[in-house]
Design a protein. Structure first.
Length: 238
């Protein structure tokens, strides 16, 4: 027995591929979200932390100077699961327009810590407490001062660090978003093809039966013209 399948059943029944695409789409939301977070964090580190440090490092070359004295100097140790890092901490005092200030910037390097203690020990020995120093200060904001003006590789560290996060996040977000968009376009095209396709009917089968009467067994009983033809051919009179 043949069963006529309604076209609406074919269109509305969810296929294995559609279910799988739904699961894959939900799974892709995780890297999409992580990419957005990485991009935002990297952008903030670059422009709100790294960029001001770099600008001050460049501008400090032209700042006016004043005499100062080192108050204290020590090596700061930072312990974490990845190990121990070190950075020098030198506190100095200076006077601008009769006002005393204190600052601890040796360089504008974003207070970068390193796994090597060599640099930190070198700075502590160089700037011992009581040592007279030349202080470069910002005339617009005297609280900002530095002992060694200009840029170093560490002045670009925060910008580079933030740029890595930003690029990784952008790649994850754009790559995943592009994949999802491409999948949606393909799904939309496939759905449009199914919806736009005219439903298949039995009209073709009916037209075949109309054109070929022998395709329908019921018509054989009514078709007795061959018997009449046999009577008229004269064989009965012989």
């Amino acid at each position: 027995m043949k069963r006529n399948i309604n076209q609406s059943e074919v269109e509305t029944t969810p296929s294995w591929h559609s279910k799988r695409r739904g699961k894959v789409g939900c799974g892709l939301l995780i890297p999409l979200f992580l990419g957005l977070i990485f991009g935002i964090v990297g952008f903030c580190v670059m422009f709100f932390a790294g960029w001001p440090v770099l600008q001050k490092a460049k501008a400090s070359v032209d700042w006016p100077t004043t005499k100062g004295v080192v108050v204290s100097a020590e090596v700061i140790r930072n312990r974490s699961d990845d190990g121990v890092t070190y950075r020098p901490e030198v506190l100095f005092e200076y006077t601008v327009d009769g006002e005393k200030y204190q600052q601890n910037h040796i360089r504008y390097d974003g207070d970068v810590s390193t796994s090597s203690i060599t640099y930190s020990n070198k700075m502590v020995r160089k700037y011992k407490p009581g040592t007279e120093v030349v202080v470069h200060y910002d005339p617009a904001e005297p609280t900002e001062a530095v002992l060694e003006p200009g840029t170093t590789w560490s002045s670009y560290f925060l910008i580079g660090f933030g740029a890595i996060f930003f690029l990784v996040g952008a790649a994850m977000f754009l790559g995943t978003g592009g994949y999802l968009l491409f999948g949606l376009l393909l799904a939309g095209g496939a759905a449009g093809g199914v919806i736009g396709k005219p439903p298949s009917t039995s009209s073709s089968q009916g037209s075949f039966e109309d054109e070929n009467p022998y395709a329908n067994p019921d018509s054989w009983e009514d078709d007795n013209s061959w018997e009449d033809d046999s009577r008229d051919d004269g064989f009965e009179n012989v």
